[in-house]
Design a protein around this ligand. Structure first.
Ligand SMILES: Cc1cc2nc3c(=O)[nH]c(=O)nc-3n(C[C@H](O)[C@H](O)[C@H](O)COP(=O)(O)OP(=O)(O)OC[C@H]3O[C@@H](n4cnc5c(N)ncnc54)[C@H](O)[C@@H]3O)c2cc1C
Length: 323
């Protein structure tokens, strides 16, 4: 049973922000994660503020001068099937298409996908873990098959979003509006490691709303995609994933961004692998070298060592598709 709360349908962005600054208020977009969290008592709310009637936060459109604008209420299904995104920003379209199930993609929004809470079974269960203000990460010594191999400290969750690594790879920017005005934040700077603040997954302050996502103009000769490994073919989170955005000059890589999912508490960039790709011809030997580099520094827990071989294979497959 979901405990009682007040429900407000915001009439404007300003109205939403005003309601959200109240203690105990939380934002409702598609509700596919929020309502599960409230039902399961992961956190509580005294007021739920729906932004679903704010039509200015919907839609995908080109930006004058190049690039694309995606409203935060745009659904994952709309992103997955958008012809321009499929062609020019394949990492994002493929990531959206790979998330969850058709029903969830029809209801779930890109803003909610970026801000969804962790899927760690201890966090979602009846455990007062470090992320919920307790002293311990129960996964550190417990059931940690699906947990991180990079960036774990204090908490060993993995970031659940498929679209987040794609936006980091594509150098997306999040437009955020709140009580203090508007700010633009690079997707790469949006997510917060547990070592910095274990109680939050992103930099949003009270009352702040992601209003839109901006994608820079596509670079000539760019190729990329999103490769996801999961336990079953649909309706499942990434065990490992790779978002890629490479720019080619002929067969030579001019610029590369590789961002991993399912292996760290934030979308995990691999600068050493990106450097190794840059200026080189993408062939089998280079792909093999880069896939080894991508796993270097991994620190598996007691039950997730399999992710190292899986990740190496995922990077190899992801890059092979771009040759
Ligand atoms: C069974 C299941 C399987 C799933 N599998 C996957 C998967 O494989 N990959 C994947 O990536 N996701 C997966 N998901 C997650 C799903 O994609 C998200 O629940 C969905 O995208 C959230 O969008 P929403 O609009 O419903 O968000 P809501 O549930 O409305 O909100 C989620 C959170 O984000 C906050 N929020 C929402 N919009 C904004 C905004 N614009 N600004 C600031 N804060 C905001 C809310 O306050 C809330 O805390 C799965 C979910 C389920 C239930």
């Amino acid at each position: 049973m979901i405990p009682d709360y007040a429900y407000v349908r915001a009439a404007s962005l300003e109205d939403a922000i005003r309601h959200l600054t109240a203690t105990g208020a939380c934002l409702h977009a598609g509700g596919t994660d929020l309502l599960c969290c409230l039902r399961d008592g992961i956190f509580s709310a005294s007021k739920v503020v729906s932004i679903s009637s704010l039509s200015s936060l919907r839609g995908i459109s080109p930006v004058a001068g190049g690039g694309m604008r995606i409203g935060a209420l745009t659904t994952l299904a709309e992103i997955a099937r958008h012809p321009m995104l499929q062609k020019e920003y394949p990492a994002l379209a493929q990531a959206a298409a790979s998330a969850a199930s058709p029903q969830l993609r029809n209801q779930g929004t890109i803003g909610g996908n970026l801000c969804q809470r962790p899927r760690c079974w201890y966090f979602r269960g009846d455990f007062k873990c470090a992320r919920k203000g307790g002293d311990l990460c129960f996964a550190a010594e417990g059931e940690n098959q699906r947990h991180c191999i990079f960036g774990g400290e204090i908490c060993f969750m993995v970031h659940p979003s498929d679209t987040a690594p794609a936006l980091v790879a594509l150098e997306g920017v999040l437009k955020i509006t709140g009580p203090k005005g508007q700010r633009n934040v690079a997707a790469e700077k949006f997510f917060v490691l547990p070592s910095k603040d274990v109680t939050r997954e992103n930099i949003l302050d009270s009352g702040e709303i992601i209003t839109e996502i901006l994608l820079p103009p596509p670079l000539a000769g760019s190729r990329g995609g999103y490769f996801k490994v999961r336990s079953r073919g649909a309706w499942d989170f990434a065990l490992t994933g790779v978002a890629s955005a490479l720019q080619f000059d002929g067969n030579t890589v001019r610029r590369a961004r590789l961002v991993l999912s399912g292996v760290a508490p934030i979308p995990w960039r691999v600068p050493a692998a990106e450097r190794e790709l840059t200026g080189q011809k993408l062939d089998a030997a280079l792909i093999s070298k880069v896939s080894s580099t991508s796993v270097s520094g991994a620190e598996p827990l007691s039950q997730n060592g399999y992710k190292i071989a899986m990740l190496r294979g995922a990077v190899e497959s992801a890059l092979s598709q771009l040759v």
